[in-house]
Design a protein around this ligand. Structure first.
Ligand code: PLP
Length: 376
């Protein structure tokens, strides 16, 4: 189905085309100088020393989990209201995800009090997810992790460019992971990035990204290395030069695109305030406008409203079904309905509305008017 107003959209123009052309003409298509430049520019943007580009956000989370020491027998505390990859990465690394609930209907990030209560002698770390581009309470979460000697990893897939105080999200914990999937604030189609303050963590990620090998094809082809050793079992999680070239152009547009997203969110918030049947969370927080999420007061209205919008060509989505309710998690880890009531209740009442930099004000007005019409 072709939506008249899709949930998300990308605007790729002449600059992206020129960058791709440059790579095609270079004749080198995978991990090489473009990827290295993208890593350096990403690190500069986040004001950190270095970064490692990988093939997806999931690959970033998986490698960061391994590098931070997740393995069999370890428990890692994760939000249940996230994309499933946040928890899958822990499982892929051999660990056991321990889910926690959201703070409230107004703040859908993970609840620090529940994090503290979920710590056991087997806990090795906490993965936070900055939902919709809004920061988790990083002061509280960092304090808890420091007190208990746990790593703090940030799933910053929604939050490139967002801040907590003076620091960029993703650069606060022991590792920060980003996704450049097709619907993200910065996209390369598929792609991801890991940042970490400790050089040895990044080194481990770099090694695992390409089969545990000590040198890359590019380094050998360009005469920087003759030979390689294999230091462990790694993966092929390399980013392509084409994706990196796209990412470099997109990075230059990120701040302006984020600003536009936030402006549109403000308009949604103002216009929706006239409709008592729906609420918009995160009223008090600053973010980078990755998602526009509304919560309907009455559970039964959610699906009807989604159908009503779909009939008008307006695409909506749900972010997210709580991970602990997925069949795999229930069967493997014994999680149950009722474990995290706030996220379960929200899941029945959440709707994600269209949001992307090229969305127009009149389209926001049309969406809000369609919502008002449904409740009239
Ligand atoms: C919160 C979150 N974590 C992880 C991912 C995984 O990223 P990717 O799709 O690039 O593997 C995504 C998005 O896709 C996400 O939204």
């Amino acid at each position: 189905m072709k939506w008249r107003i899709p949930l998300s959209d990308v605007h790729l123009g002449a600059e992206e085309a020129t960058a791709l052309q440059r790579v095609l003409q270079s004749g080198w298509l995978t991990l090489g100088p473009e990827v290295r430049s993208f890593e350096t520019e990403w690190a500069q943007f986040l004001e950190v020393a270095d970064a490692v580009a990988v093939s997806s956000g999931t690959a970033a989370l998986h490698l960061a989990s391994l590098a931070l020491g997740v393995g069999p027998g370890s428990e890692v505390i994760v939000p249940t209201l996230s994309f499933v990859a946040t928890a899958n990465a822990v499982v892929l690394a051999g660990g056991r995800p321990i889910f926690v609930d959201v703070r409230s209907e107004d703040d859908l990030t993970m609840d620090p009090e529940e994090v503290e209560a979920a710590i056991t002698s087997r806990t090795v770390g906490v993965v936070v997810m900055h939902y919709g581009g809004y920061p988790c309470d990083m002061d509280a979460l960092k304090r808890i992790c420091d007190q208990h000697g746990l790593f703090l990893m940030e799933d910053a897939a929604h939050a490139p460019g967002a801040k907590w105080g003076e620091r960029f999200l993703g650069s606060i914990g022991g590792a920060g992971c980003f996704s450049f999937f097709g619907n993200k604030n910065l996209t390369t189609g598929e792609g991801g990035m890991v940042v970490a303050p400790a050089p040895e963590i990044l080194e481990r990620v770099r090694l695992l990204r390409s089969h545990g090998m000590t040198s890359l094809s590019w380094e050998r082809a360009s005469g920087h290395a003759w030979d390689y050793e294999v230091l462990g079992v790694g993966f092929n999680y390399r980013l392509t030069e084409l994706a990196a070239a796209l990412g470099r152009v997109q990075l230059r547009k990120l701040e302006i695109n984020n600003r536009r997203r936030v402006e549109l969110l403000k308009k949604y918030r103002t216009d929706l305030s006239a409709i008592p049947e729906v609420k918009m969370p995160f009223g008090e927080k600053e973010g980078v406008g990755h998602l526009c999420v509304i919560v309907v007061e009455e559970e039964g209205a959610r699906d009807g409203l989604r159908r009503h919008l779909a009939e008008r060509g307006i695409q909506t989505s749900l972010h997210y079904p709580p991970i602990h309710l997925f069949k795999f998690y229930q069967e493997t880890f014994g999680t149950r309905r009722g474990d995290h009531p706030k996220a379960e209740d929200l899941h029945r009442r959440l709707i994600t509305l269209p949001l992307y930099p090229t969305l127009r004000e009149e389209q926001v007005e049309e969406i809000v008017e369609s919502i008002a019409h449904y409740f009239r």
